[in-house]
Design a protein. Structure first.
Length: 203
């Protein structure tokens, strides 16, 4: 990927990385996307490519191209999502259901933006040599809602600061979120996907 590539080129390159049979849940295909790109429907093309990538195994290159195209189009949330999916493709996916503690029981009184900026600590069962609980940091992306507030439940994705510390997790494992000393939320793992090692990136 050349740093001077424009959004048009990046979207076309991303579409070309998809196998012809790749289809989004809404029915979009790579061919539909190419037609949108040619007719300058770039934002719709980006959305469709993202949708296809979310249901079809794709490469790091695919997400990197979409992230850069979104950056050039000044679509901040789309850029964040594509960068998040780049990270997941490299390191694997951890999804969980999460319920935040009610406002009257916890420290948090307000909702936060769910687009991968909050980096809470988590109790995922790790213990130190002397048996003390060890908390681990992971950034949080909340699916399908823009803001997530006290007392609410949602499906979330986690991007651990140290992925190997999370490698023991399996579906059904309980996890606990902390923003400070008191518990901030509790969750249960619903999906764990191994990384997709692709071919080495070309310089």
């Amino acid at each position: 990927m050349h740093p001077m590539d424009d959004a048009f080129t990046l979207l076309r390159q991303a579409a070309d990385l998809l196998p012809e049979e790749a289809v989004a849940e809404s029915g979009w295909t790579a061919e539909d996307v190419r037609e949108d790109i040619v007719s300058s429907e770039w934002e719709r093309a980006l959305d469709a490519l993202t949708e296809i990538g979310d249901v079809h195994p794709v490469s790091v290159d695919f997400w990197e191209r979409l992230a850069e195209a979104a950056r050039q189009m000044m679509l901040d949330r789309s850029r964040r999502w594509c960068e998040w999916r780049t990270w997941e493709t490299r390191h694997g996916t951890i999804r969980a259901t999460l319920t935040l503690v009610a406002a009257e029981e916890g420290l948090r009184r307000t909702a936060f933006s769910g687009d991968g900026r909050l980096r809470p600590m988590w109790d995922i069962g790790n213990r130190s040599a002397d048996g003390e609980r060890e908390l681990s940091i992971a950034t949080l992306w909340v699916e399908n809602v823009r803001e997530f507030g006290p007392g609410e439940s949602a499906e979330v994705r986690l991007a651990p600061l140290t992925p190997q510390r999370w490698a023991h997790l399996r579906c059904g494992d309980a996890i606990t979120m902390y923003e400070a000393r008191p518990v901030a939320g509790s969750g249960r793992v619903i999906e764990v996907v191994a990384p997709r090692p692709g071919p080495p990136a070309t310089p």
